[in-house]
Structures are given as C-alpha cells and as structure tokens.
Design a protein around this ligand. Sequence first.
Ligand code: HEC
Ligand code: HEC
Length: 159
Amino acid sequence: MMRSPGSWLGALLAILFVATGAIAQMAPGERAPELSGPPQEMGETEAKPIPKWVVDDARKERAYPDQPPIIPHSIEGYQLSVNTNRCLSCHKRELTQESGAPMISVTHYMTREGQMLADVSPRRYFCTACHVPQADVRPLVGNTFRDMSEMGVKQAGSE
Ligand code: HEC
Ligand code: HEC
C-alpha cells in the first residue's frame, strides 16, 4: 500500500513530538526539594521534633486581604470532628462576646451561591483546612513573595 508524503510527514512529526517530551522529562533541571531525606528501604528514620508553634496571642498581619489569618494561639487537643468543633465554641457569633475571640468572618456564613445562613457553612466547618498555626522555622522552599502594597500602588487616603 502506498502512503502519501503528507501522512509520512505527519508520522515523523508525531514521533518527534513524543521523543522531545520524553527527553524534557529526563532533563536534570530544577527538582522539587527532598522533604523526607534520602530513601531508606525498610529502615527506620528518626522523626525530627515538631517545631514549636508561635502562641503569643498577637493577631498577625495578613499577607493579602483574603488570606486566611493564621492561628496565633495553641490548638493542641482541640477536637475538630463531624460532631464537635472546639473552634466554634469561641469563634461563632453567639459566643464571641464571652470568649473575646474574633467572630468567624461573614464569608463563613455563606453558601457558595452567596446565600447567607444562620450557622457556619459546611464548606467552612473544618477550620484547619485553611487556618494553621505558625512556627518560626527556616522555609523548606525559598520564595520571592512581595506584598502587593509595595508594587507601586497608590494607597487610598495616603495624602
Ligand atoms: C478558648 C477560645 C478559643 C478557641 C477554642 C479557639 N480560639 Fe481562635 N482565637 C481566640 C482568641 C481569643 C483569639 C484572638 C487572639 C488571641 O487572643 O489569641 C483567636 C484568634 C484566632 C485567629 C486569628 C484571627 C485573626 O484575625 O488574626 C484564628 C485564625 C483562629 N483563632 C482560629 C482558631 C481555630 C481554627 C480554632 C480551632 C482549632 C480556634 N481558633 C480555637 C480564641 C479561641
Ligand atoms: C475554606 C477556607 C476556610 C475555612 C474552612 C475556614 N476559614 Fe476562616 N477564613 C478564611 C479566609 C479566606 C478568611 C479571610 C477572608 C474572609 O474573611 O473570608 C478567614 C477569616 C477568618 C477569621 C477572621 C475574621 C475577621 O473578621 O477578622 C476568623 C476568626 C476565622 N476565619 C475563623 C475560622 C474558624 C473558627 C473556622 C472553622 C469553623 C474557619 N475560619 C474556617 C478561610 C477559611
């Protein structure tokens, strides 16, 4: 069976495409940093001690307006399950006067369609999916983050 020159060219291009993809994957470029040290088959590795959390109760500045604020207090032993939410025992609206804790944000009472609810929205129930305590440790991965207010934005009310 004869093939047209067009189909040969197509096949050649396809091979070339797959081959360059494979080579690109093998290239020793930047690799993800090792998080767990060298692999040790079947061996036991001593776990490093968990760093101490910053628990000075001082609410930290957010890096951008809708950053989930970090937790400035200890949450050790706080139960957070389907039936019990220790965080809400201080942070829900009805209990903040007593606890002195900031109320969960108004967004936490909204469904994803923007409908307001009387209680925390299920998508905001598991607080530690977004809010985490902070430890003063060397970052595993460097970053070049810059606060957006330093990027030449004229701040409202700054004159
Ligand atoms: C005993 C009451 C109490 C409990 C329980 C509690 N908090 Fe708090 N939380 C506070 C208070 C009070 C503050 C204000 C800062 C401070 O005093 O530490 C605060 C501050 C925070 C902040 C910082 C808010 C901001 O704007 O900077 C976050 C986030 C937070 N808590 C999340 C949690 C999460 C998540 C849990 C559950 C794992 C939790 N809290 C459990 C009382 C509580
Ligand atoms: C899906 C992510 C997510 C979950 C889950 C979540 N939060 Fe938040 N939270 C945020 C974000 C983002 C903000 C800041 C922007 C905003 O207000 O929505 C915030 C803001 C807050 C604030 C600051 C409110 C203020 O007015 O300063 C508190 C306190 C808080 N959350 C507590 C909680 C608690 C307690 C829970 C669990 C019941 C919880 N959050 C669950 C993302 C989340």
